[in-house]
Design a protein around this ligand. Sequence first.
Ligand code: HEM
Length: 237
Amino acid sequence: MSALWYATRATGEVALLFLTIVLALGVTSAIRVGGRRVPRFVIAGLHRNLTLAGLGFLAVHIVTTLADSYAPVGVVDAVVPFGSAYRPIWLGLGALAFDLLVVLTVTSLFRTRIGFRWWKALHWAAYACWVIALVHALGTGSDIRTSAFLFFAGICCALVLAAVGWRLAEGGQDNQAFRLGAGLTALIVVIGIGVWTVRGPLEPGWAKRSGTPASLLPKPVAVTSPATGAPAEGDGG
Ligand code: HEM
């Protein structure tokens, strides 16, 4: 097992954790939390700096993937989704989440230039970016079968649901129907990801179904009869 592979997995998980915290901080700064105890500029500063730190981990995640000769992933696959030879859909979602994160970061750095209205409209994509990154991790990652990773992913989902719920609850009397719809959508998306994870990545045979090249799939073990040493009955014996 190459050190690069461990680095890809570890930095991917840290990047997802940062993305989760950044989303929760973004939501709390949008509902004007912060005052005497935690000044709002501190929350805004954390929101921005953790994004940049998360991008740093993501850069290592991508570079170690490209440097690791195990999975046939090219430089283009890191930014152009759904074209790679390795798990095209699920790896492609990683590229899409990365592209979205770059757009979100650059438009925030140039917010005064592009204007608050455009920035705000684009920044809604942050919710989609997080969902896409999570599904990428579940569909591509090797750690998915470990309870530690499933617990981690569960905590990330709970944190985002709590932040979204808080934001929707803080909306006062305005747009009640919209907020109810948004809350239900968030819940359905998370439950949907949970059901898909159990029926998809956690089911045997996912490596093949998810588009892992045949050369990388585990070779079927030839079963021989202990008595004769010939291939066991039923497999061409
Ligand atoms: C916002 C963007 C992204 C985030 C948050 C992210 C996060 C993650 C996480 C958490 C995993 C699961 C680790 C594991 O279970 O082992 C993962 C797996 C993976 N990611 Fe990403 N990723 C992103 C973008 C990308 C991009 C653009 C690439 C393409 C170069 C990529 C390549 C991979 C690969 C190859 C794996 C499988 C590693 C393994 O075998 O376990 N990711 N990613």
